[in-house]
Design a protein around this ligand. Structure first.
Ligand code: NAD
Length: 289
């Protein structure tokens, strides 16, 4: 059997960012509205620092207004709530993202609930998660939207396909399953308590791996010809004392069995920031209208 076709998330994300930039220019020209995204980082987690810098740079590249607020690791929950309240009231800001993880003295659920749902470009507030579950228009979590865009780009319609999602987090697994249901897939959700996981994953015409377990999904867990979306980003020991990024799927094995597959890096990751910009544009358009 020939090797799986690669789903190029980097290229699709670049196209999406171009489209968002073009629509941003139209919004500014026709309505004088410049979409604004505020990203709040608490503490100095090295990976978060990189994500936040990238988000700031790409926001500016899309022609949007970008604000990055860096707060010390000892920031209290009340202080962070104060920052969120100021951003909620700021007319120049259409999207607010608090970068997770936050230090232990802060409850992420309290912060998510405090963000104005119309500015919740991460799609994690109870209002937006609830609207998604009810099939109503919502600002939807960026990584799940990116995954479904990649699937539709690769397969066209998803109607009637059996999708297996491994992982049930509020950030990834649950919203992906909701979006796949909306796209008329038959959806099975698997998780850490699923019995005989490989026999479940082998049912999927579509397999989405979002467990945060490096290379857990082996080649013989995959239905031959299936489309595999690897959401995992795991840093593991590489050669010569260096580290490398791997997904939740054992790529070298999976590529021999799957029909199509996203690589790590260069698959789902780049779509996440592109979808964040898209959500910011959507939030700005909603306010304008
Ligand atoms: P999480 O830890 O919140 O959730 C993991 C889920 O996987 C849980 O629901 C758990 O039940 C399930 N799980 C854990 N171990 C399992 C096992 N052995 N078998 C079956 N299921 C198991 O993680 P998350 O936030 O959902 O992220 C998942 C992965 O996606 C991580 O690797 C994360 O880094 C990555 N991620 C990538 C992006 C991106 O932009 N590409 C964005 C967010 C998260």
């Amino acid at each position: 059997m020939s090797e799986a076709q690669l789903i190029d998330g980097k290229a699709q994300a670049a196209l999406l960012r171009e489209r968002v930039a073009a629509e941003t220019a139209v919004l500014m020209r026709e309505h004088g509205v410049k979409p604004g995204l505020a990203v709040v980082l608490v503490g100095d987690d090295p990976a978060s620092q990189i994500y936040v810098r990238n988000k700031g740079e790409m926001t500016l590249e899309a022609g949007m207004h970008s604000v990055t607020i860096r707060l010390p690791a000892e920031t209290t929950q009340d202080e962070l709530l104060g920052v969120v309240a100021r951003l909620n009231a700021d007319e120049a800001i259409h999207g607010i993202l608090v970068q997770f993880p936050v230090p232990p003295q802060i409850d992420p659920a309290v912060i998510q609930s405090a963000i104005d749902p119309d500015k919740d470009v991460d799609g994690l507030s109870p209002v937006n998660a609830g609207r998604l579950a009810l099939g109503l228009p919502a600002l939807t979590a960026c990584t799940p939207v990116g995954c479904v865009m990649l699937l539709k780009g690769a397969l066209g319609t998803l109607r009637g396909r059996h999708a297996v999602v491994v992982g049930r987090s509020n950030l990834v697994g649950k919203p992906i399953a909701q979006l796949l249901l909306q796209a008329d897939c038959t959806v099975t959700m698997a998780h850490s308590r699923t019995v005989d996981l490989p026999s479940v994953t082998r049912l999927g015409d579509i397999l989405v791996a979002a467990a945060g377990r490096p290379e857990m999904v082996r080649g013989d867990w995959i239905k031959p010809g299936a489309t595999v979306i690897d959401v995992g980003i795991n840093r593991v020991a590489g050669e010569a004392g260096k580290t490398k990024l791997v997904g939740d799927v054992h790529f070298a094995e999976a590529v021999q069995v799957a029909g199509r597959i996203t690589p790590v890096p260069g698959g789902v990751g780049p779509m996440t920031i592109a979808c964040l910009l898209r959500n910011t544009l959507t939030a700005a358009k909603l306010r304008q209208s």
